[in-house]
Design a protein around this ligand. Structure first.
Ligand code: ATP
Ligand code: MG
Length: 294
């Protein structure tokens, strides 16, 4: 049964997509894990484009073909028939992917049909939180890990990502902004857990839910001096540790990942000094990931 891990951050451009992609590839390539990656980033669809460059254009024009997570929210709004089925594409026979849909940006609890019955409304809010989980539950047994990439914004989609996740990690830069962003993300995880508890108590019937756990921040684009973290970044990492767990392993800022992006390959397959170093760092992060998201 798959472990579900959400990659979330409040701040944009912190390396979520890069981390999610490289950890997914490493889990498959070096640890033989069966992987599903879910892209819920409705603005960029970055990981969708990383796996399937040919889809960038359709994503940009708002026309992603097939059944996506968006339709699963839509089914709730129209109160019609529901089914957990979505389209799954396979990257190089190695990793399954549920691609993003720009229309996910229109998802909001406000569209739920509302009634004058509080319990009925609670049930409906719970279903909204559960949409991603509802889809994944149906296919979890086919994978070891399901990684979810997200858009950097506290939204109803993100809340559904958190609900469906066993663990969340937060890729960060070691700077002050990130420390604040991580606190927000941990706060949102706590909110979802507390909301579920409240709704659960207001409804009869049993709900199987285990609190989502924050597994830690992952340092991306770290800068070193003579083989150690620069003093300012070292201090920021210590500050982050007071907020929540921080991965020991981190990735340094460098050209390897930029080249990997241009060549549309994982950094493991690019070659060159910096790419080799960053590939090694991502393998270390992945090992730690296996321990922190068991
Ligand atoms: N260690 C690194 N060294 C150099 N460039 C990096 C590194 N990590 C990430 N980048 C680059 O930084 C940019 C932002 O990274 P990425 O897209 O992964 O962030 P993100 O958090 O997913 O962004 P968004 O919030 O917009 O989805 C990308 O161009 C990526 O290639
Ligand atoms: Mg991204």
């Amino acid at each position: 049964m798959a472990r579900v891990v959400g990659f979330i951050s409040e701040k944009g451009g912190t390396g979520k997509t890069t981390a999610c992609y490289h950890i997914a590839v490493a889990l498959q390539q070096y640890h033989d894990k069966r992987l599903l990656v879910v892209d819920t980033d409705y603005q960029r669809g970055g990981i969708t484009g990383r796996f399937f460059p040919e889809l960038i254009e359709s994503f940009g024009s708002g026309e992603i073909a097939g059944t996506t997570m968006f339709h699963k929210f839509q089914e709730l709004y129209s109160a019609g028939e529901r089914s957990p089925e979505v389209d799954i594409r396979t990257w190089k026979d190695r990793i399954d992917v549920i691609v993003s849909d720009p229309r996910l940006s229109t998802v909001t609890e406000d569209k739920l049909p509302s009634t004058h019955n509080i319990r009925e409304n609670n049930r409906s809010l719970l279903k909204h939180l559960q949409v991603i989980d509802y889809v994944l539950d149906d296919i979890k047994k086919e994978y070891d890990y399901i990684l979810i990439d997200s858009h950097p914004e506290v939204s109803d989609v993100l809340r559904s990502v958190i609900y469906s996740s066993d663990y969340c990690v937060s890729p960060v830069k070691f700077d002050r902004q990130s420390s604040i962003g991580v606190a927000t993300v941990i706060g949102e995880i706590n909110n979802v857990n507390a909301d579920v508890e409240l709704i659960k108590n207001s409804l009869d019937g049993d709900l199987q839910y285990t609190d989502t756990v924050f597994s830690g921040s992952i340092g991306m684009m770290a800068r070193e001096w003579r083989g150690d973290l620069k003093q300012t970044e070292y201090l920021e990492r210590n500050r982050l540790r007071r907020t929540g767990n921080v991965f020991e392993a981190y990735v340094t800022e460098g050209d390897g990942l930029r080249r990997a992006l241009l060549e549309r390959e994982p950094v493991y397959d690019v070659g060159g000094n910096n790419a080799n170093k960053q590939a090694e760092q991502f393998r270390d992060i992945t090992l730690e990931f296996l321990g922190k998201c068991p």
